[in-house]
Design a protein around this ligand. Structure first.
Ligand code: GLN
Length: 503
């Protein structure tokens, strides 16, 4: 398979040139030379599913793209895989990713970087579900599963011209999904078709008795009834001379118009909004004042949870044991972890361990949790429907300084959805990325992490509009731009339906 999107395992039914497990990352890269073109299917097989390799499958290894889990075989399969199979889905392969889902370009994998769809192999495919996105983009599967903790479905979708959907937190089970940051992790869906995304979402979005973070049936019923009531209210208020879709109110967050935004992306965003207007929707500015703190809060919270989650990979409970260890104590741990984890994962463990330390927890971890609440409150304040899980609450924000508690600039709004770009730039080259600092890479997530912190449904759809020549900073870059639609918690179906209309 070209582009390193699939990981090849022995005896797997993936469409690999030879079924050998790559012995080392360099072998894996070697295998994926661009000259070995894939038999790209004109139409993917119905029900074929590619699965990101941090989702457990009982018949294929689950490596999380990490050296520490090379060859690891899960004794059980994830609930979402059980569900997919129950509906006739067939897992056609496991896809490459940033190690444990940590990254924005799918370059931090033990198996080597994911390559974007030809002829753009030298450009980022986005991360961390880059392998799943490329598998969809190349027509190698009908649908791909990935995970989205801070944008890992939406960013690859934007960089590969595919559709990527992150559901509301807690609607899809995480059992069998190797945790990165439990309070943010969601299983997400990539496809070329919104209809297939909707079908897959409805099939997989079931309560799982073994995952206490999935919404129980009672709450699902309550929310469904409440949505039915909202729909009636909306219909009663709607202008019946317009089609249903035309009554939507779209919010444009003013804080997302950042200086770093590529002019081509800004233009695509404007054009997309005009498209909504042309179809009769109302477009209004909204303020999400805490957006500017969201990225920093995310990069405190996610590594903190990761540091805790990854402590089990010690060469004893989980993970490949170093040959150099004497089989006892600290040396075993440090050699096994030192050899098994890649640099980005080590960086996150150090960051997370620091922000959770007694010295730093108040200034970093606790503050970031408060910012998370503020980000959630910003969203709740602009959506026309209230959050079914969160009645308005009082937060103890007494020790926050004023720069965080910004006044409400634009007053109350009542929008159905927020529309913004998925990423601030078009896909960078792998060469550019190799020269970037980690913080540069983190910047890519600026538009995706707010919805993650708030647990909201969000979808990235490819912008297909017109561009004048010379619109791109890098004229060779693929003109791959994602437009993101974010909705209120549990408004998933309407988010997908709006994306469908928009396409
Ligand atoms: N790029 C983000 C990170 O590295 C998001 C990753 C994800 O959603 N899994 O944490």
């Amino acid at each position: 398979i070209t582009s390193n999107s699939f990981i090849s395992f022995p005896n797997s039914n993936t469409n690999t040139k030879n079924g050998d497990l790559a012995e080392s990352p360099s072998d894996a890269v070697e295998e994926s030379g661009p000259e070995k073109t894939s038999p790209s299917l004109a139409r993917p097989l119905p029900n074929s599913i590619a699965v990101k390799d941090n989702i457990a499958t009982a018949d294929l290894p689950t490596t999380c793209g990490s050296g520490i889990l090379r060859g690891y075989q899960s004794p059980f399969q994830a609930f979402v895989i059980e569900q997919a199979r129950a509906y006739g889905g067939e897992v056609t392969g496991k896809t490459n990713l940033d190690e444990f889902g940590m990254g924005s370009h799918s370059t931090h994998s033990f198996f080597g970087p994911v390559r974007n769809k030809p002829p753009f192999e030298d450009f980022s495919a986005g991360g961390s579900s880059g392998g799943s996105a490329v598998a969809v983009a190349q027509g190698l599967c009908e649908v791909a599963l990935g995970t989205d903790t801070g944008g890992s479905i939406r960013l690859p979708a934007a960089y590969t011209k595919t559709i990527g959907f992150k559901p509301s937190y807690g609607l899809l089970s995480r059992r069998g999904v190797v945790p990165y940051a439990n309070s943010l992790d969601t299983v997400g869906i990539l496809s070329q078709s919104t209809k297939i995304i909707l079908k897959t979402f409805l099939q997989l979005g079931q309560h799982d008795i073994a995952d206490p973070s999935t919404l129980p049936p009672k709450s699902r019923k309550r929310i469904a009834k409440w949505h039915a009531k909202m729909t009636m209210e909306r219909r009663a208020k709607a202008d019946i001379s317009k089609p249903g879709f035309a009554n939507l109110k779209i919010g444009v967050p003013i804080e997302y118009n950042i200086a770093e935004l590529d002019p081509a992306i800004r233009r695509a965003w404007q054009n997309a909004l005009t498209l909504f207007q042309e179809q009769g929707c109302t477009v209004v500015p909204v303020s999400l004042p805490n957006t500017k703190h969201a990225l920093s809060a995310y990069y405190v919270l996610a590594p903190a949870e990761a540091a805790s989650n990854l402590s089990k990979y010690d060469g004893i409970r989980y993970g490949t044991r170093s040959q150099l260890s004497d089989g006892a104590g600290d040396v075993l741990y440090s050699y096994s972890r030192g050899e098994g984890f890649g640099d980005e994962v080590k960086r996150r463990i150090l960051l997370g361990s620091y922000t959770l330390s007694s010295e730093a927890i108040d200034n970093y971890f606790i503050k970031a949790q408060k910012i998370r609440r503020l980000v959630q409150r910003d969203f709740d304040r602009v959506f026309s429907i209230s959050n079914p899980l969160r009645p308005p609450q009082q937060f103890d924000l007494s020790d926050m300084d004023d720069s965080v508690l910004l006044p409400d600039k634009l007053g109350p709004c009542d929008v159905d959805f927020i529309v913004c770009p998925t990423a601030p730039t078009t896909p960078p080259t792998l060469d550019d990325i190799s020269k970037q600092t980690s913080v540069d890479a983190y910047m890519n997530d600026v538009f995706t992490v707010p919805a993650s912190l708030a647990g909201l449904p969000a979808i990235s759809v490819p912008y297909k509009g017109y561009f004048p020549s010379g619109a791109f900073r890098n004229p060779d870059a693929p003109n791959s731009i994602g437009i993101q639609i974010i909705g209120q918690y549990s408004d998933d179906v309407r988010v997908i339906a709006t994306a469908h209309k928009f396409l």
